[in-house]
Design a protein around this ligand. Structure first.
Ligand SMILES: CC(C)(COP(=O)(O)OP(=O)(O)OC[C@H]1O[C@@H](n2cnc3c(N)ncnc32)[C@H](O)[C@@H]1OP(=O)(O)O)[C@@H](O)C(=O)NCCC(=O)NCCS
Length: 152
């Protein structure tokens, strides 16, 4: 498995995965295209033993001078629960620590997504106890989770 920077040729595959995993909450193609050009990090995990098949991706944008926000993160359903999400997140956080000005990483997660919450907690993210009501298109609420880079 390899972690690589995204390429505009990946857009089609990215959108297939995005819709399959996030359904009505999926980012639009237009937004995804925009993010391919304007991001702090947009990384993909590929299977280098099978024609560089796309296994997952992660998108971060800088939303404050000292902070990045993980705005999208998924692993292809076929490859979930095998450690690949942890692998991609670890690699991403390593890259973030090299950006000296970044002190915090934040993200929003669906309150029902215990799998993702567990993964983030393993990496020292802290869950803000207050729910953000009606955060997603689907109407579901979100938690804000935060990581201090110094705690890595
Ligand atoms: C969340 C997601 C990225 C995690 O990737 P993954 O490859 O499935 O996760 P991993 O196999 O690396 O698991 C890492 C940790 O997550 C937790 N986890 C994974 N699967 C779990 C499950 N079925 N139930 C509970 N916890 C689980 C565990 O803490 C696990 O660590 P452990 O194996 O040491 O116990 C992936 O499941 C996914 O794409 N989900 C749908 C999209 C999504 O929810 N994205 C995040 C939006 S904020």
């Amino acid at each position: 498995m390899k972690v690589k920077n995204i390429n505009s040729r990946d857009l089609k595959q990215i959108m297939i995965l995005e819709k399959e995993v996030f359904k009505e909450n999926a980012f639009s193609k237009q937004l995804m295209e925009e993010l391919m050009h304007h991001n702090t990090l947009f990384l993909k995990l590929v299977n280098d033993k099978n024609k560089n098949e796309l296994m997952g991706f992660i998108i971060l944008i800088k939303d404050r001078i000292d902070r990045v926000n993980i705005i999208n993160f998924l692993i292809n359903t076929r490859f979930q629960n095998k450690g690949y999400g942890a692998l991609l997140l670890k690699n991403t956080l390593q890259k973030i620590t090299q950006l000296k000005e970044i002190k915090k990483v934040v993200l929003n997660v669906q309150v029902s997504n215990s799998q993702a919450i567990k993964l983030y907690e393993k990496f020292n993210f802290r869950k803000n106890p207050e729910k953000i009501e009606n955060y997603y298109q689907s109407g579901e609420s979100a938690y804000l989770m935060e990581l201090d880079i110094d705690s890595l």
